[in-house]
Ligand binder design. Structure first.
Ligand code: DGP
Length: 108
């Protein structure tokens, strides 16, 4: 399968991870929209949000996203957690964007 995030998960493409375990990897977005812009990604190929069948995966992704918010010191600096789907996504492999700092105005 020609999936960039699968290739990164399989180590076919070298990537420095900020966090990694058996199921999830985190690395900076190649086109950061904010000073902190991380991608929290399941290693298993799940095409998109609407196709997640395992609620434990949701739990895991969000716990790790929360850890990243804390790790980056964004708790009181403004942050956004985003999942694009339904064709709005560029990469067809589920991923959670963690972005910040940002202001209330920018979040509108
Ligand atoms: P989305 O629109 O939600 O599918 O965003 C996909 C993001 O993935 C986009 O912000 C750019 C990022 N991205 C795509 N390919 C790579 C890559 O090879 N390395 C990294 N670090 N980020 C990538």
């Amino acid at each position: 399968m020609d999936c960039i995030f699968c290739k990164i998960a399989n180590k076919e493409i070298e990537k420095k991870f900020i966090y990694e375990d058996d199921e999830v990897m985190v690395f900076p977005d190649i086109h950061p929209a904010k000073p902190v812009h991380l991608l929290v990604i399941p290693k298993k190929h799940v095409p998109e949000f609407s196709q997640v069948e395992d609620p434990v995966l949701f739990q895991k992704l969000f716990v790790i996203a929360q850890n990243m918010v804390k790790r980056e010191g964004l708790e009181d600096k403004g942050y956004r957690i985003t999942i694009n789907g339904g064709g709005a996504q560029v990469v067809n492999h589920l991923h959670v964007h963690v972005m910040g700092p940002l202001t209330k105005t920018a979040a509108l």
